[in-house]
Design a protein around this ligand. Structure first.
Ligand SMILES: Nc1ncnc2c1ncn2[C@@H]1O[C@H](COP(=O)(O)OP(=O)(O)OP(=O)(O)O)[C@@H](O)[C@H]1O
Length: 222
């Protein structure tokens, strides 16, 4: 196995006016390619903050985050944007689909900049894998929450990322619907050889991952 992602002594605070909210106090982590990891922790412990730093959406105050040995912190903005677009897929609690586009267009969207010739075929394949091949011309508002999250999952995989960062992907769903979405997620993670980092409040969901981490007092415990 090879290391795909590394965090070294990451510190992160937020400043609101004169107030400082201390969140991460020296988080270190090494993730091997193909691993599945869960991150649990109390509300406000910094799980989303950590995920944003690992995905290059935000920068730490100090410390480093490296993807395949390249620092996301010192990377220039266009290269970091290319990393986010092509190497990393995000799934959020709320699905963030574009309401005016149909399901197929939503999934194809991340590949538009690269003008992939096989974009439609890839999107159709992914929608088939998540059981939505019959709903491609529907708008997001015509779908259930679980179906919308499966569209978001297909969209996250569109550019064949290496890493998936999922922030409470089943947080808005009932347990049965959530199980179906997780089944799709783990199934695709395996067949597409993805590295998966999954933030969750649910111990049963955390246990589906090979490694279980807990964020507590600004530090990560295994
Ligand atoms: N942009 C921001 N500006 C100021 N404070 C922030 C910002 N984002 C997060 N915080 C604060 O940082 C702390 C950690 O937030 P974060 O969302 O990372 O926690 P979390 O563990 O994901 O929480 P939850 O489980 O409730 O989603 C919280 O106290 C939050 O209020």
């Amino acid at each position: 196995m090879s290391e795909i992602l590394k965090a070294e002594e990451v510190h992160k605070n937020y400043r609101i006016g004169k107030r400082t909210v201390e969140v991460l106090h020296g988080v270190s982590l090494s993730v091997q390619r193909g691993e599945t990891l869960s991150v649990m922790g109390a509300s406000g412990s910094g799980k989303s903050t950590l995920l944003h730093l690992l995905g290059g959406l935000d920068k730490p105050d100090s410390g480093d985050v490296q993807f395949e040995g390249n620092s996301l912190v010192s990377m220039k903005a266009p290269k970091r944007a290319a990393f986010r677009a092509n190497r990393c897929g995000f799934i959020f609690q709320s699905y963030h689909l574009l309401p005016e586009l149909d399901v197929l267009q939503n999934v194809i969207l991340p590949s538009m900049a690269a003008r992939r010739k096989d974009a439609k075929t890839r999107a159709e394949h992914l929608l088939d894998r998540v059981g939505l091949c019959g709903r491609m011309d529907h708008r997001p508002m015509e779908l259930s929450g679980g179906e919308q999250q499966r569209v978001a999952l297909a969209r996250a995989l569109m550019n064949e990322p290496d890493l998936i960062l999922a922030d409470e992907p089943t947080g808005n769903l009932d347990s049965h619907t959530g199980e179906n979405v997780l089944h799709n997620l783990f199934d695709l993670a395996q067949s597409e050889q993805l590295t998966l980092i999954l933030v969750t409040h649910n111990e049963d969901v955390a246990r589906l991952c090979q490694r279980e981490l807990v964020l507590k007092d600004g530090k990560l415990e295994e």
